[in-house]
Design a protein around this ligand. Sequence first.
Ligand code: GLC
Ligand code: GLC
Length: 829
Amino acid sequence: MSQNSVGNPYGHFDDQNREYVVTRPDTPLPWLNYLGQDEFFGLCTNTAGGYTFWKDAKLRRLTRYRYNNVPYDLGGRYLYVNDGGSVWNPGWKPVKAKTDAYECRHGLGYSVISSTKDGLSVSQTMFVPPGENLELWKVTVKNSSSKAKSVKVFSYQEFCFFEALNDMTNYQRTWSIGEVEVEGGAIYHKTEYRERRNHYTLFGCTGPVTGFDTSRDAFVGIHEGLHEAKVPFAGKASNSKAFGWNPIGSHEVTLNLKPGEETTYTYILAYVDHDLVRFRGEKFTAPFVINKAVGMDVMKKYSAPGAVDAAFDRLKAYWDQNLGNFQVASPDPHANRMANIWNQYQCMATFNMSRSASMYETGIGRGMGFRDSNQDLLGFVHMIPGRARERILDIAATQLSDGTCYHQYQPLTKKGNADVGGDFYDDHLWLVLSTVSYIKESGDRSILDAPCGFADKTYASNKDKETLLHHLETSIAYTMTKRGPHGLPLIGHADWNDCLNLNCFSTEPNESFQTAGDVKDSKAESVMIAGLFLYAARQMTELYKALGRSADAARIDAHRKTMLGILESVAWDGEWYTRAYDAEGKVIGSKTNEEGKIFIESQGWAVLGGAGADGGPFGGRARQALESVHKHLYTKNGVVLQQPAYSTYNKAYGEVTSYPPGVKENAGIFSHNNTWIHLGWCLLGEGDRALEYYHSICPSTKEAQIDTYRSEPYVYAQMTAGKDAPCFGEAKNSWLTGTAAWTFVVVSQGIFGIQPDFAGLRVDPCIPKGWKGFEVTRKFRGATYHITVTNPNGVSKGVKSVTVDGKAVAGNILPVLASGDHAVAVVLG
Ligand code: GLC
Ligand code: GLC
């Protein structure tokens, strides 16, 4: 399947190497990549911009980044080259000197930026070795000219004082506390280490260091910008020692290169924490002198020949293994490329970052989201189930005993906080989805008995804590209890659509829609939550059946039937499902409304929840609801959230009416909810529609219109401007979106139909009729399934026969097999 894309003026896909190759630095927006996979992370743009943190972008930020800078993306892993007085950066910024060649390869967990100017090539490979709390930049400098060159390379990183918000707001203190130490090629940033911090940042260099700087004022100047920084233009380090103000790390490396000569060395940015790695000896080795033992070990380790390359090989192997759990070869190059590489990779980013740190999320506002992280797990669980398990238990522990949830928690402390509000009455239900998907993937039912406890209770010991299953029951009961006058679930501050604020009534511009408003005695109801509940209740029923607990299964199924009856009787509007009832009990998302007549979310969830299913008492409604989506909401760039867009602010509806028409939740194309419609088409067996819709938001298809689309063509964006906006087709908020996980569900489980289930691997594809077949390799509970699907009769859906290792299997669930390779043949028809 390997192929390169035709590309666009700024770059192209290199599928073989699993890289996106940016060939021009002046991309329509900064194009981002993430470094790191466990606890140490970096953001890295195609001009080497970005920053680094350990575990928590707010509480442990190691390097600085000023968001919304001019230009947008300024500050990062900068190298300044001074080649005989000519100063340039391999990543183009900040000097922006014209180079003879430039390339940035964003790969899985690494970025390689290489440039050439005047016969000198510099290449910088940046990555975080698996399992380590440090970032490496392997730098190769080659003199390809015919003359000997004496070149200086100046590194530049601005240190952050760990707590990012304080760092960028409290200058009366922070400008007086900065402290560093320098020892050979190692620069230690140790601000606040003398008081309550047991950690420092090491910025080391293994190359021939001939000088250093640690004062920003000395390196850059007071009136200068980074593009005209004093030291690299002077060609000489000042050996400045920062005392207060703004500490930086800069090494001067001097390289004398004969024609054709090449040299390689490494920079190391490490987080060293007393509490993680036991220091030998005391915190200080002399007054004011920090214990550098661990830092020195790190320097030694990565100065050894081959150590950096070996670490890079480990990173490659790590991704081979993760991606090896699902690989597909189909007639569609976009689906192949996205499903095999970028979509899974983005799922790792959303799993790790939730909505905290991107080019749009500053790392100080939001930690891990209850709703968001549960959904992110759906696209991650097949890669590393063990980490998914741990995450589920962490999230569950932030639920309260009445069933409400903290909407978010800080990854460092794992404690819930109410900074972006609470009482979102969909939150708790997503926990059912994540837990069930974990059990279906791993077969590990013991998670249900794991102690979690509720965030508002204290426990003498772990064994007193309520189990995860107890949490799931609490979640189901919560929705059944918290219902309004029509019998539908109450919405609280908002459901999945954070901007549908039916209890907010805000007239005060200085408050947040998510925290304002009292939900206590409100009557506002959500049809979407009803649909989500149907889905969650069906999953709980299946779970209990799988556990052999038929009475519990029947009990939950009775709730589902009750809710289904209510939804069908109050929420059908004639051609689609309505969206909600406002605080006064007036309908939203109905033909009787002037604006916002039809919404996407309730169509998706009603259908996925089983409402209007063919053959049932309200058969045909599901199909009609999706046809209405097609008629009123679908565009070539995806499905808009509602129509008509709201033209004026309505305090009874809140933030959804605050956005200009065509953006965000006011009729923007919110990619995340599109995926529920994709799955709906799959459920109805409409494979051609499913693929058409999948393509409409697939970033890889946007290369052809990149100057409109602007965002990275290799990852999903949260939002694309809808048809009401003047910039229809422009994508924003890339990377951290639930779209990543849900699209992986769409493509792997909906279209290719490989669905983990309690008893095995169900195969139930829904493909375009014209496809002759496809192949999937799926690792599942230790066995490797090589699945060949053929479609001799040109159908979209329906499995006619299955053989496993040459033997016929009844039905379409592949049994759990012994480890090793197994050949599966599936015939549709
Ligand atoms: C953002 C939020 C998510 C919410 C969505 C729709 O992506 O992170 O929680 O569901 O917006 O409003
Ligand atoms: C705004 C955004 C929405 C997000 C919410 C919470 O309402 O439009 O997408 O979920 O903020 O941060």
